[in-house]
Design a protein around this ligand. Sequence first.
Ligand code: ZN
Length: 155
Amino acid sequence: MTKNDLQIDCLLCQQEGGIVIWTDTTYRVIDAQDATYPGLTRVIFNHHVAEMTDLPHDERQHMMSIVCTVEAVVRQQLKPHKVNLASLGNYVQHLHWHVIPRWSDDATFPDAIWTAVKREGDGVIARQAAIEGLLPLYHAELKQRLMKDFGGSAV
Ligand SMILES: [Zn+2]
């Protein structure tokens, strides 16, 4: 696959989609910079395909290995109550996985983060601040683990 696989009208073909933590020729892992859900990380296929089954079989396995490494580092460093993995792409039909650390006191738990807010206020703000404080170490460990497991380069 080449740069010709990029589409002019696709957000993830035209932009990184967040702060790049790690990349190789085929994937990038980004911090989504989501203020409501700090730690939300995305694994993005660098070429424009919409579905997992657009990938050759071994590439599907490779992508899920990257997703699992991100999940493992999320668990180790952020210690969430739960991790949500999601590949939706209804708005941006460019293959990407969300790795979402969740806490029982976050804004929408136990529903998906894209649903109506259930709670807000000091508790939610305190949780967000605590997670923000862990992000530098989380990102450093994530860079190290992804480079160890998959090569590529940290940004
Ligand atoms: Zn695209």
